[in-house]
Design a protein around this ligand. Structure first.
Ligand code: ZN
Length: 487
């Protein structure tokens, strides 16, 4: 008290200044100490590792971020973990491998690094919930190890949280020959559509990469299958990642995992929505129905005439089209579809499928299917083999690719007689409730016969429905073969 009292006001200032100086000196010395310590650390390239644990927004998935910093490099790695080591191990292994490669690169580029130029390894993960049970983990990796050494790549993992496994592409899609061809075609189409692509695709490299569908990098969402290429896989001297998205609906018939299907039953068990979409109305089982079928078209001369008569009688029919004909007359094919008739496939070029190699037989199916879908927007699910000729290979293929094989119970013999009244006589004689009637919309005589034929059948009480409607009425499904009811 007496000491303070004795100090006059300039003395107070001196005292305060003194305190400030002492305090700042203490702070500085701490700061200097830490700088010295840090410098020592950097000289020894000792590592500062920080882990951040984050709870993922998805049940069963934990996220952890590891960062390291030294004078020579920084790294930041996101590591997701599940409760299953079977799932975690391949992910961890991939990350460890990336880190190992990074460290080796650093050793090689030691001269460049450390003097203001540090290497980086950045591995981030995007997580997406595809269904309650399927998660997508998409890693993006960026690596820089000095000078021109840059790498950018991605690595997807699709995890089945229920079965505790990492899904492969053939768990998701039925990778049969048709699907593989289709996926390859879709990838090529999508990729070549991309006008922003600022480099040329090397066809050889691209085709080689495509051959191994199983090894492609992919992710799924509810909308798309996305395929990723490292640019250097398909072109020369380019860095980066190329992304190709294929709408899921284009792959619908190949989806192997029912959890990814749009809440719909397999094709053969049509639900209400699908029935409406296909125009299948509730049919009265006490009435008489037949399915008229027209093969070998579309023909620009005969098909429009057939359509005209069908319209007059409010009749729906099924057209078994040839891929090649559809390719030649796409607008006629479209006209048939727009009139509400069922569009089906009769192969691409009308060969006897039992005399073809397995590969050529399959090609007849999918080329026709592609051409028909392109022209009409409808992917056929009914197939009539030319000449009604089929064997086990044909049946297996049809079954695996969800086609129903449709034959007939009444042959109009229009192809043989080429005579309108003969056609009328044959059909009216042989027809019964539930018949599938074989006709051809390429012979003028068949179009000539139709007005009288339909009038006569209508008088007998028949209604004209599509093959799918008829099968549904007869509670038939699956690959078949289906003949309709034989009298
Ligand atoms: Zn035919």
């Amino acid at each position: 008290m007496s000491f303070i009292k004795r100090i006059k006001w300039p003395g107070w200032i001196v005292l305060i200044l003194l305190v400030v100086v002492i305090i700042s000196a203490i702070y500085q010395s701490i700061d200097i100490k830490s700088v010295i310590a840090n410098n020592k650390k950097l000289k020894n390239t000792s590592i500062t590792t920080v882990y951040n644990h984050n709870v993922s927004e998805f049940p069963g998935l934990k996220l952890q971020t590891k960062t390291e910093e030294t004078k020579k490099y920084t790294l930041s790695i996101s590591l997701p973990t599940t409760e299953s080591e079977i799932v975690n191990t391949p992910i961890k292994k991939w990350i460890e491998h990336q880190k190992k490669e990074f460290m080796e690169e650093i050793k090689q580029n030691d001269d460049y690094l450390g003097n203001g130029d540090a290497a980086h390894l950045n591995i981030q993960v995007d997580t997406e919930k595809i269904t309650d049970e399927i998660y997508s983990l998409l890693f993006t990796l960026y690596r820089y190890t000095g000078d021109a050494n840059r790498l950018q790549t991605i690595k997807p993992f699709t995890v089945d949280m229920k079965q505790n496994k990492i899904l492969r592409l053939n768990d998701i899609l039925k990778l049969n020959d048709e699907a593989s061809k289709e996926i390859q075609t879709l990838i090529t189409e999508e990729l070549k559509k991309d006008k922003d692509l600022n480099f040329d695709i090397m066809e050889d490299m691209f085709n080689k990469t495509l051959e191994r569908l199983e090894d492609l990098k992919w992710t799924i969402s509810k909308e798309d299958l996305t395929i990723y290429f490292d640019a250097k896989e398909i072109s020369s001297g380019t860095v980066g990642v190329i992304k190709v998205e294929i709408p899921f609906e284009k792959l619908e018939s190949y989806i192997n995992d029912s959890r990814l299907m749009k809440e719909q039953e397999p094709k053969h068990e049509q639900d209400e929505e699908e029935k409406i979409e296909k125009g299948i109305k509730e049919l009265d089982p006490n009435r008489k129905y037949i399915a008229l079928t027209f093969d070998d078209g579309p023909s620009p001369k005969v098909t429009p005439r057939v359509l005209e008569v069908l319209k007059q009688y409010d009749a729906k029919a099924t057209f078994f089209m040839l891929g090649n004909q559809v390719e030649s007359y796409p607008t006629v094919a479209e006209q048939v579809a727009k009139a509400g008739h069922e569009i089906a496939s009769h192969s691409n070029s009308h060969p006897d499928l039992t005399k073809l190699s397995n590969e050529a037989m399959k090609q007849e199916f999918y080329e026709s299917s592609n051409k028909i879908e392109k022209a009409t927007g409808k992917k056929p699910t009914l197939f009539r083999p030319p000449y009604g000729a089929y064997n086990d290979n044909v049946m297996n293929y049809a079954n695996n690719n969800r086609y129903s094989i449709i034959l007939w119970s009444v042959d109009s013999l229009d192809w043989k007689s080429r005579n309108a009244s003969a056609v009328i006589d044959t059909v009216t004689r042989d027809v019964t409730n539930g018949s599938i009637v074989l006709l051809h919309d390429i012979h003028a005589s068949t179009a000539d016969a139709l007005p009288q034929l339909l009038a006569s059948l209508k008088n007998q009480g028949y209604q004209f429905i599509t093959v799918s409607e008829l099968l549904n009425l007869q509670k038939e499904s699956g690959v078949g073969p289906h003949f309709g009811k034989v009298s």
